[in-house]
Design a protein around this ligand. Sequence first.
Ligand code: PSU
Ligand code: MN
Length: 302
Amino acid sequence: MSTPTHAPPPPLVRRAPPNAVAVETTVLVHGVPRASAMDLARSLAESARAAGARAAYVGVVRGVPTVGMTEDELAGFFAQASIPKANTSNLGWFIHQRQHAATTVSTTIEIASAAGIAVGATGGLGGVHKGLAERLDISADLGALARFPVALVTSGCKSILDVESTRELLETLGVPVVGYRTDRFPAFYRRESSAGVDARIDDVRTLAQFARQELARTGRGVVIANPIPAADELPEGEWKAWLAQAEEGARSAGATGRGVTPAILGRLHEASEHATVRANVALIRSNVALAAEMASRWFGSD
Ligand code: PSU
Ligand code: MN
């Protein structure tokens, strides 16, 4: 009999009821100023509770994939100067190294589905980055949706990406995109892009029924596109100016690869005097609430 060369991987920790909504930790660690991360975590948990379900934060805690991180574990993350972003390609290494890591959408749905959680929420999906002619940069989020059975509520994808190409790639991968009360694929801070959706559903009951059927039928994910609340949408002109400034700043700072998204988002927050942070928080809250309504329809409310 051969002897294993190292200890088996630690088991997954699941502290969440079946109706929980999986929420990523990258948005807390890299998406908002660190000082507001715990407030955001609490306010999202409150949004989920108000809609009848629990929010379960997903992260890698000293190498252990965890669904339903405690406040202490979250505080441990926020106290660190930097926490790496785990996607489906590097997750295994963080586990092997017994390291902390924040989950992106890709690893949130990978870990959540392994824990039997079927609904997740995020602000904006990763996607196809601009400048493909120079370098191919496509988020692992898209491939993960084709593999892991989670219904993910998102306000489309960040408008710092190539929104139309992201939408095309979801189609190529065979991931259905359902618009919640919309016919357009949303672009994060903006309610609409020029891209469309596969189906429009206007009520949560049908949304939950359809997602449940699709997950059972296919074993892969579904995107539920929920536009930013109208009152929180950013004016197009200002948004474009802030984005141009942030992109230029990130470029001259030499950001590449996984560093591009946090570099642009940080600069956007500064350029807009935090208007983008407020919009970001508003849309995530609305996505968590919709996901919680779906989960409670699907699995029963608390
Ligand atoms: N949207 C935000 N802030 C973020 C992200 C999205 O407003 O931090 C994160 C999400 O976790 C998403 C990830 O899954 O960025 C995609 O990163 P990448 O392009 O490196 O795959
Ligand atoms: Mn990338």
